[in-house]
Design a protein. Structure first.
Length: 317
């Protein structure tokens, strides 16, 4: 399957009529924060109301009826975030996506990771183009006020990942981690889902890049565990890989910098890639040879992505 031709889009067309992009950055940040909190509070309240009966009604039929409604609320939540971004931010967006993406298929999604801003960029560029993104989250994030409950209501998979030191002392813990990942991925088999995985495992910084000594200039080494597990459980369902590269030409921003509208330009390239046949399974078994095949695939993907990011950074705005 050849990669579909990229389609340039502007995910944040100018707000018709009212625009607050002329306000001072500090005031823009305060207003954006206020609208983010109000938008989150409103949609989370509705999510919680539906999540409680879904917890009590455990039959597959009940889930099939309620999950589309819950996901539709989340889609409107993301659209609300895009609205305040459009209203308050003067950021110039340079975005292209492939033709042919839709909400009726399963996708596995990956992206380079530099900032919390990446999540907002991903959500509003891909919202309503593919099924809602479901992120793998650390178990500790379940206890974040409001958001932890919202992620739980949306069936985001929470993973208890043990450190390498713990795994060396007790190798049996690795099986616990894998079983938790298998159960999380199995939830997504019932309805079209986009499984999002930041395969670097952490945000890129110059210090981490120097410490890990990878062969890439703009990326950290990819970790195959999460991707291999998703492929082992859902590989036969995935239509393709949606590969996203995000570039902030003036440097990765903090979240507050983003809220203040101090990000002059964001570049996003979305590519739809074929998943190699030997990286697809559906039996939930992730043995060592399979994991190595997935890792080789990711290494080749990362080589190409690193070159793409370097070229995008050299391109004048």
């Amino acid at each position: 399957m050849s990669a579909p031709e990229p389609e340039p889009i502007d995910p944040l067309p100018p707000h018709r009529g009212l625009s607050l992009a002329w306000l001072p950055p500090l005031l823009r940040g305060v207003l954006a924060t206020t609208m983010l909190v109000l938008n989150t509070g409103f949609w989370c309240g509705l999510l919680f109301l539906l999540a409680i009966p879904r917890l009590l009604l455990t039959s597959p039929a009940a889930r099939r009826r309620m999950d589309p409604v819950i996901n539709a609320l989340a889609t409107r939540w993301i659209a609300g975030n895009s609205a305040w971004m459009r209203l308050t931010q003067p950021t110039r967006w340079d975005v292209s996506v492939p033709r042919g993406l839709d909400t009726r298929h399963w996708y596995v999604v990956t992206c380079n990771h530099q900032s919390w801003v990446d999540i907002f960029v991903l959500q509003h560029v891909l919202n309503r183009r593919i099924p809602m993104l479901k992120f793998f989250l650390k178990q500790e994030l379940l206890y974040v006020p409001v958001m932890g409950m919202a992620w739980w209501a949306l069936d985001f998979p929470f993973m208890r990942r043990h450190s390498e030191e713990v795994l060396r002392r007790d190798p049996g813990k690795r099986k616990e981690d894998l079983e938790a990942a298998r159960r999380a991925c199995a939830k997504f088999a019932h309805a079209p889902t986009s499984v999002m995985n930041f395969i670097e495992g952490t945000r890129y910084t110059a210090a981490k890049h120097a410490a890990l000594q990878g062969r890439w200039q703009h990326l950290l080494p990819p970790k195959a565990g999460g991707m291999a597990m998703a492929m082992a459980v859902l590989g036969e369902r995935f239509d393709s890989l949606v590969d996203v590269s995000i570039v902030y030409p003036e440097g990765a921003p903090s979240f507050w910098t983003f809220l203040c509208g101090r990000v002059p330009r964001i570049v996003v390239r979305v590519q739809r890639r074929e998943i190699p046949a030997d990286c697809r399974r559906s039996d939930g078994v992730m043995d060592s040879p399979f994991r190595k095949r997935v890792h080789r695939w990711l290494l080749a993907l990362w080589d190409e992505k690193d070159e793409q990011i370097a070229a995008l950074q050299r391109t004048p705005g």
